[in-house]
Design a protein around this ligand. Structure first.
Ligand SMILES: C[S@@+](CC[C@H](N)C(=O)[O-])C[C@H]1O[C@@H](n2cnc3c(N)ncnc32)[C@H](O)[C@@H]1O
Length: 198
């Protein structure tokens, strides 16, 4: 599952591939707000109180509590490929008393949710780690409601970071329309609409 596991700590921390769960604590450092804060992300996601949201690759859930609070009458599903990351996120969410959250262990291929289940799907520093990006893009298209929003953020310093152009090409190929592009070349969020522009 994690190609970094056979490497030494320094190498695995900086290397490519699925971020090892033993470094999950590094994803909770508040200094991250200088790069992308939960507040800034929330503003771009334009959530409603009753939004149905899927976060793919939440890790320990740096952004998740903020999203759960913003969708207090809706639902947030956290879906990660590492059970340890999901456990970590779950403990944090429960400690904060957040109840509108459920957890899904990904199989790297498909998601057990009905078509048109979500208003919003978001990923932060995840897409580059996903092995089968095409399959996920296909699933995102199926899972999002018509006019639903897909948000992809990439951050500087991430060895798996994808370029904006690569992401736009991939998502357009799977039927998404670019709606917004925020930030710089190395630190950005792309917003896509499910389907064609109106
Ligand atoms: C660099 S961490 C980012 C965590 C979080 N989004 C954040 O910004 O703090 C990447 C996360 O994506 C998860 N991940 C990698 N490949 C995945 C896949 N195919 N499906 C779901 N999650 C995946 C990893 O397990 C890890 O938790």
């Amino acid at each position: 599952m994690c190609e970094k596991e056979n490497k030494g700590p320094a190498q695995s921390f900086a290397g490519k591939g699925v971020c090892p769960y033993r470094y999950a604590f590094t994803l909770l450092i508040p200094l991250r707000n200088l790069i992308l804060s939960p507040r800034k992300l929330l503003k771009m996601l334009s959530l409603r109180e009753d939004s149905q949201v899927l976060e793919v690759g939440p890790g320990p859930g740096y952004f998740s509590p903020h999203v759960a609070r913003a969708t207090s009458r809706g639902r947030l599903v956290l879906a990660d490929i590492q059970p340890e990351m999901l456990d970590f996120a779950k403990k944090r969410m429960e400690k904060k008393g957040l109840k509108n959250v459920s957890y899904h262990l990904c199989n790297g291929r498909d998601f057990p949710f009905d078509d048109n289940s979500f208003d919003t799907i978001f990923l932060v520093a995840v897409l580059g780690e996903i092995e089968n990006k095409e399959r996920y893009a296909e699933e995102f298209r199926r899972l999002l409601k018509p006019e639903g929003l897909l948000s992809v953020s990439e951050l500087p310093g991430d060895p798996d970071r994808m370029e904006k152009e690569e992401i736009i090409r991939l998502m357009q190929e799977y039927g998404f329309t670019l709606k917004g592009s925020y930030g710089s070349r190395k630190n950005f969020t792309l917003l896509f609409r499910n389907g064609s522009c109106k």
